[in-house]
Design a protein around this ligand. Structure first.
Ligand code: NAP
Ligand code: FE
Length: 361
């Protein structure tokens, strides 16, 4: 089905927060800022946001306890803090971890519910959200998804709500200049995976492909510069958001659900998990759905699937090694993921094991 739904106002450019400070006043008089430990300060984004809030006489509190791959409990704590403060809206500053956490904080702030109830029906509308990405990868600033770590299931699990889309996403490429090289690689691989998975799933549509193909065209030109550590951050941020808009329409498929297990059990950063699994997945696509893979290669500008896989491999700063047992257990678990049914062919546990097997020592 073709449907376009992209309710986020995206403002892109250096200095965009300062230039648009009055926009914050549309959302109320009290803001809770949700962020990680260091990046909002290091990048300069926190100072810009606080200056903008002060210029509009908006009171604020900072919740900076968000860890990488945030837990449901951390978000619940943030929600209680937002409630106690009487926040009118939420501002997320960070990579995917704080941006996803902020979506859950916004929901906990307006609902009396236990942490795991976030995966049920969310009765009251979450608080309005403004997002400021500090990485170019997750596209969380333009998706309704929030991927959280859940100890009970020893995995990551996402929730979404139509009101979890950010009302505004401020994309300032200057904030990406403080990115460590490894995070730059990991997050670029995530953006690439979003665009590729969006084009290779049952929910792919003409509309989602407008975003995904455009993201891939940009990424095809940008990835070599990412590898050398000197990308055009404005273009990279734009490409990552385009890939986010693509998955906002289609979701992701098995690369992501398999990758969550590498993150939970082996502490592999999210984007790197995708980079490790993408080559195996793409080779399966070449076998089962070559006619669907061809437009992906064309948009990216790769002559062959091997050429694309070779480039992806260059984004992996550190190898991850799995044991035979881990391959078996992860494949058993991954085949039960809810997005497996969105794969273009009936992927088997054996095939998922073959993708994990690339990581055997
Ligand atoms: P991240 O976990 O948000 O951040 C990784 C590390 O990079 C953190 O230590 C962070 O520091 C640091 N960092 C981030 N930006 C920086 C900057 N500009 N300068 C210096 N350091 C910086 O990484 P991410 O890859 O962006 O997000 C991953 C999360 O997003 C995962 O939980 C994944 O599941 C989720 N995700 C969500 C979606 C979606 O649609 N919602 C899609 C894909 C992935 P701090 O700790 O100080 O912040
Ligand atoms: Fe992702």
């Amino acid at each position: 089905m073709n449907q376009l739904f992209m309710p986020t106002r995206v403002i892109l450019g250096k200095g965009c927060i300062k230039e648009n400070a009055p926009l914050f006043s549309d959302f109320g008089k009290k803001a809770i800022i949700v962020t990680g430990k260091t990046s909002a300060r290091k990048s300069g984004a926190l100072t810009d946001v606080i200056d903008a809030l002060k210029s509009q006489s908006i009171d604020y509190e900072v919740f900076d306890d968000v860890e990488n791959n945030p837990s449901v409990e951390t978000c619940f704590t943030g929600g209680q803090k937002a409630k106690a403060f009487g926040a009118d809206f939420v501002i997320a500053i960070g990579g995917g971890s704080p941006m996803d956490a902020a979506k859950a904080v916004a929901a906990f702030a307006t609902n009396d519910m236990a942490p795991m109830d976030i995966y049920g029906t969310i009765k009251n509308k979450p608080l309005s959200l403004i997002s400021i990405p500090l990485t170019a990868g997750t596209g969380s600033e333009v998706t309704p998804y929030s991927v959280l770590t859940v100890k009970e299931i020893e995995n990551k699990k996402s929730f979404s709500h139509p009101e979890s889309f950010s009302k505004i996403a401020f994309l300032d490429p200057g904030y990406l200049e403080s990115l460590p090289r490894s995070v730059l690689y990991d997050t670029a691989a995530d953006a690439l995976s979003h665009a590729i998975e969006s084009m290779l799933c049952k929910r792919t549509s003409d509309i989602s492909n407008v975003y995904a193909e455009s993201a891939l065209k940009h990424l095809g030109k940008l990835i070599p510069d990412v590898i050398s550590g000197k990308p055009d951050y404005e273009k990279l941020l734009f490409a990552s958001s385009l890939a986010g808009m693509a998955i906002a329409h289609t979701g992701t498929v098995v690369v992501h659900s398999m990758g969550y297990l590498l993150t939970y059990h082996k502490d592999v950063p999210h984007g790197r998990a995708n980079a490790l699994l993408l080559p195996g997945f793409l080779k399966l696509c070449a076998k089962h759905v070559p006619e669907r893979l061809a437009p992906v290669l064309k948009a990216f500008g790769a002559e062959t699937v091997d050429a694309l896989c070779e480039l992806i491999t260059k984004l992996i700063p550190e190898q991850v090694v799995l044991s035979e047992d881990e391959v078996k257990i992860f494949a058993q678990k991954a085949i039960g993921a809810k997005n497996v049914c969105q794969n273009l062919w009936a992927i088997t546990e054996h095939e998922e094991a073959s993708v994990f097997s690339a990581l055997l020592s």
